[in-house]
Design a binder for this molecule. Sequence first.
Ligand SMILES: Nc1ncnc2c1ncn2[C@@H]1O[C@H](COP(=O)(O)OP(=O)(O)OP(=O)(O)O)[C@@H](O)[C@H]1O
Ligand SMILES: N[C@@H](CCO)C(=O)O
Length: 285
Amino acid sequence: MERRRIVRVPASSANLGPGFDVLAAALALHVEVEVVETGRFAVETDLDIARDRRNLCVRAFERLHPSDRFTFRIRSQIPLSGGLGSSAAAIVAGLVAADHLFELDADVFGLACEVEGHPDNVAAALYGGVVVCGAGGAVARVDPPTGLEGLLVVPHTAVRTAQARAALPAEVPLADAVHNVACTALLTLGLARGDWDLVGRGLDDRLHEPYRAHLYPRSAELVRDARSLGALGATISGAGPTVLVWTHYEQTAAVAERLRERTAGWAQLLRVPFETQGADVRALV
Ligand SMILES: Nc1ncnc2c1ncn2[C@@H]1O[C@H](COP(=O)(O)OP(=O)(O)OP(=O)(O)O)[C@@H](O)[C@H]1O
Ligand SMILES: N[C@@H](CCO)C(=O)O
């Protein structure tokens, strides 16, 4: 009988403002990858992604097992323009599928970090919730507070993560590093306590968003103006250009209305809950 697995992995928003390469949150948009032992290699998808062995799901799968006899059917709700952890979700899906098919009990998190190059999106994709990635591969996870919602504003123009990482300086002023430590502490306390004031005060960043603003000028402007639209604040999602506008659910509809006027012509405006559930795998018969 054909062996078959279906893996569902959430999108994620990394950095959450000040927590560069440390903080991320899973979001309720998903990639679904069905891996079937058909006896031939193929990638079947409507997405604009590689259909050969350069495909990220396949590359990740191959870290654990050859893909020659497997067909990969990939569907995704995650915009590919950048900032929503689509690459991490694809990598986690490939690894989880192989790990489950061959009962390997592999270090999926460690391998996924190696392929992705940084841990934040990978941790959120694998474990769900809000994650803090520490030294030596440690991950702490907390459920997002009840009532927290996100509005995602997705531009047409894409930014590749590699390009955004290349824009960062090797050194930053000490005062900016201190500012980010303070904001990260306020934000994590705010998220753990469900304290909206602390969350709003903790979203500011000086380590990556200013250095990348020339790659996504309209997104940077929206982050600056989000509070004046009634939101708790906004952050560049991951390496951008998508913007995550943070709201309490009682504010979301009104903020969405103002954003709709403000972002006419942008690719998508999505109301997306934070996701508590991480990667999930099922065996199909
Ligand atoms: N389901 C998928 N299967 C295979 N490859 C994918 C899939 N989804 C995305 N990719 C690949 O990942 C690339 C996007 O990766 P990139 O790191 O630039 O952005 P991102 O992961 O969406 O954003 P960020 O890392 O900032 O959150 C796509 O161009 C595509 O090549
Ligand atoms: N922390 C990463 C997330 C992008 O995948 C970055 O900002 O480069």
